[in-house]
Design a protein around this ligand. Structure first.
Ligand code: SAH
Length: 350
C-alpha cells in the first residue's frame, strides 16, 4: 500500500501478484503481463499511459491503485566525469541518494536500500544521521527508473552500495532483485546486480539458500577481529571466523567469486600483518579484493596517505597471490563516491 494515498502500488508488485489482482477483478490473466511490461519496459508512471487497456479498465484500476514515484529534488553533475548524483524525495518527505556512473562498457547505478543506516561504520557518512526506515520495493525500483527517464538511457548494471545495509532490508531487497531481473520486465541480468554487505552473516546464509546468482561484495576493511570491531560495530555480532564459514558455504553452493571491499586507511589497516590476515581469511575461497581510497567525510578525519600508499599495499597483497584491483574514484567533486552518501539534505543547501 502507498503510505500517502492508501492505494495499491502497482510498480512494487510481482507478476504473480498482478495476475491475482486481475483474476480477482474478473479480468484476463494476460492483462497482468501487459501492465508489467508497461511498468518495467515503458517505465510508465500513470495508468492513462497503459494504452493497451480500455478507458474503463484504467479508470476502475485508478480507483484503488496507482504508481509510487520519486521526485528529483536535485541532480548534481560531476565536472570530472559522467557521474551524476540524484537526491530523490520519497513520498514521506525523506531524501535518499542514488549515483549514476558511466564506463566504456556499461551504465551503472548505485542505489540506496534504506533511509539512513544502523551499521555505524566509523568512516561512512550514510550512518551519521542514524536509521529511519527501510525502503519499499517500489522505492528501490524507482531509483533506477527515475534516473532512466531523466537521462533517457538504459541502465544495465546495478550496485546496492548506496545508503543502508541491503541485508538489513532483506525481504524487500530480494523481491526488488527478482522484479528487476524478470524477463518480462526490465530484464537486468542477475550477474549485473551486486549486493554489498557489511558482513551480515544471517543475510549471507539466506542468500545462499535462495541460490540467487547476484554478485556478493563484503565490506571487510580489516582482517583482524578486534580492529575491525573498532571501525565497524557490526563486526561484534558478525565475527570474521563465522563470516568465513558462511562464505565458504556460499561458494560451495553457488560457486561464485566474492569480492572483498577494503577502504585503505594508511597506517591503520595496510601493514604486513593485515596482508597476512587477508590472505588467511581468503584461503580456500575464490576472492577478489577491491581497494577503495578513503573518501573524505567531515566526521572522519584521517591521514589519507600519499599516492604511493595504495599501490604499495596492492603490491604486497599481490605478492601473496591475491587478486587485487583499485576502485576507480568517480564523482568525488559532488560527494558521490563510496561512503559519501547521506540522507541529510541540509548538507547540500549550505
Ligand atoms: N552497507 C553496505 C552497503 C554500503 S556500500 C556495506 O557496508 O557494504 C558502500 C561501500 O563504501 C562499503 O564498502 C563501505 O564500507 C564503503 N565506504 C564507506 N565509507 C567510505 C569512505 N569514507 N570512503 C570509502 N569507502 C567507504
Amino acid at each position: 500500500m502507498c503510505a500517502m494515498s492508501n492505494k495499491l502500488e502497482l510498480n512494487g508488485m510481482t507478476l504473480q501478484e498482478l495476475e491475482n489482482l486481475f483474476l480477482s477483478l474478473d479480468e484476463k490473466k494476460f492483462r497482468a503481463k501487459q501492465l508489467f511490461g508497461f511498468i518495467h519496459k515503458n517505465l510508465v508512471t500513470n495508468l492513462q499511459d497503459v494504452t493497451v487497456f480500455s478507458k474503463e479498465l484504467r479508470e476502475s484500476l485508478a480507483q484503488f491503485a496507482d504508481f509510487y514515484t520519486l521526485e528529483i529534488e536535485k541532480r548534481l553533475d560531476s565536472k570530472l566525469d559522467a557521474t551524476k548524483k540524484y537526491l530523490l524525495r520519497l513520498k514521506d518527505g525523506n531524501i535518499i541518494e542514488a549515483v549514476y556512473m558511466e564506463s566504456y562498457a556499461n551504465n551503472t547505478i548505485c542505489i540506496s536500500t534504506q533511509v539512513g543506516c544502523r551499521m555505524g561504520c566509523e568512516f561512512c557518512a550514510s550512518t551519521k544521521n542514524g536509521f529511519i526506515r527501510n525502503l519499499s520495493v517500489a522505492e528501490l525500483l524507482e531509483q533506477i527508473y527515475t534516473v532512466e527517464r531523466d537521462l533517457d538511457k538504459r541502465i544495465d548494471n546495478i550496485v546496492l552500495m548506496g545508503i543502508g545495509e541491503p541485508f538489513d532490508n532483506y525481504t524487500n531487497v530480494m523481491k526488488f532483485i527478482r522484479l528487476i531481473n524478470h524477463e518480462d520486465g526490465h530484464n537486468t541480468g542477475i550477474r549485473n546486480i551486486t549486493v554489498s554487505t557489511s558482513g551480515i552473516i544471517s543475510g549471507i546464509k539466506k542468500l545462499t539458500d535462495s541460490k540467487l546468482q547476484v554478485n556478493l561484495a563484503i565490506s571487510l576493511h580489516n582482517p583482524i577481529q578486534e580492529e575491525r570491531e573498532q571501525i565497524m560495530p557490526i563486526a561484534k555480532a558478525n565475527p570474521l571466523s563465522e563470516l568465513r564459514e558462511a562464505l565458504k558455504e556460499y561458494q560451495r553452493t553457488l560457486n561464485r567469486r566474492i569480492s572483498f571491499e577494503y577502504v585503505v586507511l594508511p597506517g591503520e589497516n595496510d601493514s604486513m600483518e593485515h596482508v597476512k590476515g587477508i590472505r588467511n581469511l581468503a584461503q580456500g575461497l575464490d576472492v577478489h579484493l577491491n581497494l577503495i581510497p578513503l573518501n573524505p567525510i567531515a566526521e572522519y578525519q584521517r591521514a589519507r596517505g600519499d599516492e604511493r600508499s595504495i599501490p604499495t599495499f596492492k603490491e604486497k597483497l599481490e605478492r601473496f597471490g591475491l587478486a587485487v584491483t583499485v576502485r576507480r574514484k568517480q564523482g568525488i567533486d559532488i560527494e558521490a563516491a563510496c561512503g559519501q552518501l547521506r540522507n541529510k539534505y541540509e548538507a547540500y543547501t549550505r
